[in-house]
Design a protein around this ligand. Sequence first.
Ligand code: NDP
Length: 399
Amino acid sequence: MLPHVQSLDADSGQVKQVVVLGSTGSIGTQTLDLARLHPEKLRVRALTAGRNVALLAKQAREFGCELAVIADRSLHGELRAALEGSGCRAAAGPEALIEAAMLDDVDIVVTALVGYAGLEPTLAAVSRGRRIALANKETLVVAGGLIAEAVRKGGAEVIPVDSEHSAIFQCLVGEPAGAVEELILTASGGPFRDLPREEFASITPARALRHPNWDMGAKITIDSATMMNKGLEVIEARWMFDIPADRIRVVVHPESIIHSMVLFHDGSTKAQLGVPDMKVPIQYALTYPERWKAPHERLDWTALSRLNFQEPDLERFPCLRLAFEALERGGTASAVLNAANEVAVARFLSEDLTFMGISELIEQAMDRLAGPGNTLDALRSADAETRRFAEEHVRAAIH
Ligand code: NDP
């Protein structure tokens, strides 16, 4: 399925036209850093954000964009005022996000928005046959089957941004179809990797937000602390690489130097390594199959005295087990898992739910609500129903 690498050092010289959905977040701002680094090769045409009007308008002016979209409709007027005289059109709401994803003559849509909100814009970009630099993992978690089918029909290209999937993708370049025995996703284990179970009850949001290796948005940082992030990545890998869950393995690797590995049928394993820096996989998703020169930090081999590996502990981190279960159940189970997790993380951050309450809520939602069906309508209503259930559950627990 993967095309061959054409050359080791050449680049096409063509300017790539880019849209960044979620430009004000961690992945979005790093994508724009890359556009600053390669101004002769990347042209940014449109940007979107959730609520951060000030930063969105500043970015749109700097890059001379033609369209800036704010997801929260109530901020439309504020964005319009902030862009006055810039020549950039201000738009708002979910339809405008879709419009940005479908802009004419665009080469790459970077999906760097967080959560379920990424699903419909991603589907729209796929339907236009674009290259999607996919960071928004929730999209494949909720609707991996639908996206895979739309990619097959529409000729789009989905290149992963997530460092683990980028590592696997890079290991697969040039390999024949059907050669893979197992995908091995590495996990840092997060800030509570070695914390005894009895201390989990006292985990606060401030503590969970301190990730040892990566600087990321709040949602994914909490997902890393619960290891739901790895669970979401397992589901993402299942669809991205079209491989069953029983051939995806998770290994805890605290140093985050090996970003993931592929075991082939002949017993050979390939790994992709680098310092933990998201700019590397983001750039590869923009440039593949080329590799552009960049000053990102290089690994210092002599300083790397040891790399450690261990099995994940599914008792202390039940979210990872729940993700494998969601894949096994099929139907709407992954959509339910995702929606319950989004509510649970937001409610943990607002201190309405405990850390262990996150996995308990997800498990209850899956037991109650997961069912058959994988159409967009079935997934949408599973998402909405789960959010209602989860909010009620939290409200009942508070009172
Ligand atoms: P952030 O929270 O830092 O940024 C999220 C972006 O999405 C912001 O631009 C935000 O706008 C926008 N946004 C938030 N809510 C909505 C909404 N309802 N509708 C439209 N836009 C919205 O997230 P990250 O950059 O950390 O992560 C983005 C995605 O990439 C996630 O799916 C994450 O799992 C994935 N990812 C992130 C990695 C990382 O290193 N950060 C690594 C691998 C994957 P505003 O600023 O206005 O709120």
